[in-house]
Ligand binder design. Structure first.
Ligand SMILES: [Zn+2]
Ligand SMILES: [Zn+2]
Length: 140
């Protein structure tokens, strides 16, 4: 069981199992979304994710018809992505976790789109765009 929160602490959540497929996404969308070099995400089963508090300040941005990004309307922390075509999993913004014990990054994606000032970790599995296997899991 892990917990996490937004910056102001209004929104808290818990997950019943460890995030899997943890990754860096260096695409231009995640760069804008986070205001930083990359998005850092882990996959969590929807059935194992629950909001504990703050749902009254939870807001979401529909990036497109299928993709919804949840954030705190008080402090702006971006916490979770939900894809309508993925009925099983959601994608947690790992920086919002309270404890990072046991979290390991498996790969980095969209390395072709990275900001020029970002130095990538050469030892990580890298994908220039989506990993080829991801379409089996998510329909875009
Ligand atoms: Zn907040
Ligand atoms: Zn991205």
């Amino acid at each position: 069981m892990k917990t996490g929160s937004c910056l102001c602490g209004s929104i808290r959540y818990e997950i019943e199992s460890e995030p899997t497929d943890c990754n860096y996404c260096c695409c231009s969308i995640c760069r804008r979304l986070t205001g930083s070099a990359m998005g850092v995400y882990g996959m969590v089963r929807k059935s194992e994710f629950s909001w504990l508090s703050g749902e009254e300040v939870l807001n979401s941005y529909h990036q497109n018809t299928n993709l919804e990004r949840f954030f705190c309307s008080n402090c702006g922390s971006f916490l979770l992505s939900v894809h309508a075509l993925d009925s099983v999993n959601c994608y947690l913004s790992l920086g919002s976790l309270d404890s990072h014990e046991g979290i390991e990054i498996s790969y980095q994606q969209f390395t072709d789109s990275k900001a020029p000032w970002l130095e990538l970790d050469g030892s990580l599995e890298s994908h220039r765009e989506w990993p080829s296997w991801i379409h089996e899991r998510i329909s875009k």
